[in-house]
Design a protein around this ligand. Structure first.
Ligand SMILES: [Zn+2]
Length: 473
């Protein structure tokens, strides 16, 4: 039987605030354990939470970037459960009155082309602390620095149909959130976490079957791998006559396997109720409209603009807008007078590889523009320009022309010098000369190549051909 896969994702992103969701403790990553804590985030009796206005602002911007409806009134609720990393015995979250609902993310699916995935809801909540199993031998330690960190939980509709599509959705979602400036979305630092739900059904069916949840996914590649494994596990179960049970599974990245943990049927009832310490969150229509104005140009809009206004291919635009920093750099290079497609080629080649290596741009856009100008004017060849770029990356204050001079890379277009190399080449290849004169004009490329070789790449190829033509006439 052909099976259809149904996937929905819950993504937690840490909002980029200086302080926690309901207290003034810092959210800095990597501080010594339990140094960023206070009575509020430790859950001491009598301590009262106060919502962080910046977290509400960033959550609202995130919701608008995902085209959600932001509600003028939302509410905080207590989600009750016991776990050592949760000092209050409950997590403050939003339950029946979330900040925002009904959004969408449009992206290119590897299987189905351009699709929309619905965003069910985006709500605000606080993070729990962290259990450390490797600090104290034989014991588990608790670090509450993370407890109370502001999160936005973004729940998608079960609109995804394959693990690869889930990965493409996550890539787009992260791009949007980073562009919008609401989160750095670093999976390494735990500021983006993914839980994935998956079920299968006979192809063509519309009802939703029992789903399972996969947790412990620490990269987008592993989300895809884990969902592949879970899909295979469910299909094998059903095809052997068993049924899928609603379990939570953990992914083991080393073995590529998913293993059930606790059954969802046995999982606790969270006994949600409105937090009596927190009044409803009221946002005025004007305030929400102003947040819409805070939104920067998002990746999709920027991609379309670069394609249409600058005429670069859609593939190039996609690569360049994958990160705002790359797109900014590109626009500065073009702004400095470089032809857009030439700028795009540099971006996707040397610029991107140095950016990926060091996380920054070693050559300023203006210097790169000057270098590309040297290629355009025939002063250096493209190959030579790549060497000059490498030098510039080492010495940020260098000037492209001076470096080309120093390395002896400036192309020779002087007629006398070109004529000398041409004469040497023709003398060395009498047979080819005869064939050319006999009508085999496609040998021109061979002669140009030989001259370039003899000149060690310094001859200006545009100047070589006329000299050859004249000598061969
Ligand atoms: Zn605190």
């Amino acid at each position: 039987m052909a099976w259809e896969t149904v996937i929905g994702l819950e993504v937690h992103v840490q909002l980029r605030t200086r302080t926690k969701m309901f207290c003034a403790c810092r959210t800095t990553f990597g501080d010594p354990p339990n140094t960023n804590v206070c009575p509020v985030c430790l859950g001491l009796p009598g301590a009262l939470p106060v919502p962080n206005a910046e977290a509400v602002r960033l959550g609202t911007i995130a919701a608008l970037a995902l085209e959600c409806t932001v509600h003028p009134t939302s509410g905080f609720a207590r989600k009750n459960y016991f776990y050592p990393d949760l000092p209050k015995g409950y997590q403050i979250s939003q339950f029946d009155r979330p900040l925002a609902t009904a959004g969408r993310v449009a992206f290119e699916s590897p299987d189905r082309g351009r699709i929309d995935v619905g965003i069910t809801r985006l709500h605000l909540e606080e993070d729990a602390g962290k259990l450390l199993h490797d600090r104290v031998p034989g014991k588990t330690a608790v670090d509450l620095n993370r407890a109370g960190t502001p999160l936005a939980e973004i729940v998608s509709e079960p609109d995804l149909r394959s693990p690869a599509e889930a990965r493409a959705y996550l890539t787009t979602l992260r791009q949007i959130l980073v562009y919008a400036g609401v989160s750095d979305c670093s999976m390494e630092q735990g500021s983006l976490r993914v839980d994935a739900n998956l079920s299968i059904r006979p192809a063509g069916d519309t009802r939703l079957d029992t789903k399972t949840e996969v947790k412990n996914l620490n990269s987008f590649a592993n989300v895809e791998r884990a969902l592949e494994a879970e899909r295979a596990r469910q299909i094998a179960l059903v095809e052997s006559g068993q049924r899928v049970r609603p379990v939570t599974l953990l992914f083991n990245a080393a073995t590529g396997e998913v293993k059930p943990t606790r059954s969802k049927e046995e999982s606790h009832d969270y006994r949600y109720f409105p937090d009596p310490d927190l009044p409803p969150l009221e946002l005025s229509a004007q305030w929400i409209a102003a947040r819409q104005d805070d939104l920067p140009e998002l990746p999709e809009a920027r991609r379309t603009r670069l394609e249409q206004a600058l005429g670069i291919p859609s593939y190039d635009a996609r690569v360049i807008t994958s990160e705002a920093a790359l797109a900014d750099y590109f626009e500065r290079v073009v702004g400095a007078g470089v032809e857009p497609k030439a700028a795009a080629n540099w971006l996707m080649g040397d610029v991107m590889s140095s950016y990926n290596e060091g996380g920054s741009f070693p050559v300023t856009p203006e210097r790169l523009a000057a270098l590309v100008g040297l290629v355009r004017d025939g002063v250096v060849s493209h190959q030579a320009a790549k060497r000059v770029y490498g030098e510039l990356a080492q010495s940020p204050n260098g000037e492209p022309k001076a470096i080309a001079d120093r390395l002896g890379l400036v192309q020779v277009s002087d007629q006398g010098a070109l004529g000398g190399w041409v004469d040497e080449v023709l003398a060395a290849h009498p047979a080819e000369v005869a064939r050319y004169r006999g009508g085999e004009t496609k040998l021109m490329a061979f002669f140009v190549g030989q001259v370039m070789k003899r000149s060690k790449g310094k001859a200006d190829p545009k100047g070589v051909q006329p000299v050859l033509q004249e000598r061969l006439r």
